[in-house]
Design a protein around this ligand. Structure first.
Ligand SMILES: Cc1ncc(COP(=O)(O)O)c(C=O)c1O
Length: 408
């Protein structure tokens, strides 16, 4: 496959093997419509805002830029709770012999049910947001959760997970993928429910539920766009760690748009770009990026693709991008300093990389050919999801106010 590297070190890869003949059935509307209905029964549920950045669109030379602000999700400052609460609920329904297709949050709040589930323990590994989502979900039902975190985790992330009710939060000296293996082992040894947002051979059912849980974002998005007169955006940026979130939205959109999703770019940190590297390898298989990697994009610092969603990203993405940290820093600053009457969006390191990439694609002279190839012009209607707010406030401050990670 043809890879292009910009002067600044951004890498772009075009998917030469794009194919839409098989769509992921588990992300079809009929498979997931009950999930949005369930989410709507949760206390504090409301669709997160979809914001239009008109002045920025004019400045960059595109038609529209839409950003969905997931910092407003359930008070968790990130989207991940959508998958966590759905998977936890589905696990509980299975234990109780209840039909997930008909369940509402209040059905599981009776004293009788609470008594039956109070000994169930959940465990997961996380670089922050997913663990917060699982701890929050478990505590909604009065269940315990143990959360294992990666080396170098910011204290604010540990505190945020404790604040939503985790029984214990343990920071390991391992990377994300090894922390996942540790959590899986502890789950096995103790009979705890591993609620992990990535899949491997032999562990695929629960990650598929988590992936399905994220589709509520996609469903909200299409309703919100329609209210603004748009049936389908032309372009979509999806950031990836293991790729569950990106696979969820892309797979759901591919189903909703009859096999022709928007032109989608999967965006990752350059030194831990496992989806990019897997696509580049070109053998159709997922490949790992081993070792402990440094990036400010903590939520995207994952070296092994999720097995369940890899095929979706392999077949239905149009482009893959691997970005140095300054790309997301530029995105964070751009969203924090709106032009004209555009709204301000507080977007964290893993939330803003798509917007930073869009801005650089439109501004950098040496990327003119690339932006033409990708179809970014005055007709482009671009959709981005800011998947988190300032989940690491210290780093957020450094980026926005101290100019950390300048474009160079
Ligand atoms: C804020 C944020 N955005 C995006 C992602 C990427 O999700 P995934 O690991 O499913 O690719 C994560 C993962 O933790 C995240 O926390």
């Amino acid at each position: 496959m043809k890879m292009i590297q910009s002067k600044l070190g951004i890498k772009i890869l075009k998917n030469e093997n794009y194919r839409t003949d098989t769509l992921p059935e588990f992300l079809s509307e009929s498979a997931v419509s009950h999930i949005r209905k369930f989410h709507e029964t949760l206390p504090g549920y409301r669709a997160t805002p979809l914001l239009r950045l008109d002045s920025l669109a004019v400045k960059l030379g595109v038609k529209h830029i839409y950003v969905k602000d997931e910092s407003k999700r359930f008070g968790l400052n990130a989207f991940k709770g959508l998958g966590g609460i759905y998977a936890v609920t589905r696990i509980l329904c299975r234990e109780l012999g209840l039909d997930i297709n008909r369940i509402s949050f209040s059905d599981l709040q009776t004293p009788e049910i609470k008594n039956k589930i109070k000994e169930i323990v959940f465990i997961t590994a996380t670089d922050g947001n997913h663990g917060r989502g699982v701890a929050w979900a478990a505590s909604q039902y009065g269940c315990k959760s143990y959360i294992y975190m990666t080396k170098g985790t910011a204290q604010s992330r540990v505190d945020a997970i404790k604040a939503v009710g985790a029984e214990d939060v343990v920071v390991t000296d391992m990377n994300y993928d090894d922390t996942v293996r540790l959590a899986a082992k502890l789950a096995d040894e103790n009979g705890w429910k591993l609620t992990q947002d990535t899949a491997w051979e032999g562990y695929e059912e629960i990650p598929a539920w988590i992936t399905q849980g994220y589709t509520t974002m996609g469903a909200e998005l299409l309703d919100q766009l329609r209210l603004d007169g748009i049936t389908k955006p032309t372009h979509l940026f999806l950031q990836a760690g293991v790729g569950s979130y990106a696979g969820s939205i892309l797979g759901y959109f591919a189903n909703r748009f009859g096999g022709t999703p928007p032109v989608t770019t999967i965006v990752e940190p350059v030194n831990v770009a496992c989806i990019f590297e897997s696509a580049l390898a070109g053998d159709g298989k997922p490949h790992a990026v081993p070792g402990i990697q440094e990036t400010i994009m903590a939520g995207l610092n994952c070296g092994e693709p999720c097995l369940t969603t890899w095929a979706i990203l392999r077949d239905l993405s149009s482009f893959y991008a691997a970005c140095p940290d300054f790309v997301t820093a530029k995105g964070m600053r751009t969203l924090a300093n709106p032009l004209g009457n555009d709204p301000k969006i507080i977007s964290g390191e893993s939330g803003a990389v798509g917007l930073g990439l869009l801005a650089l694609l439109m501004e950098q002279e040496d990327l003119a050919e690339v932006r033409k190839m990708m179809g970014y012009d005055e007709n482009a209607v671009i959709l981005l999801i800011s998947t988190e707010g300032d989940t690491d406030p210290v780093n957020y401050y450094d980026v926005i106010y101290n100019g950390k990670c300048p474009v160079e």
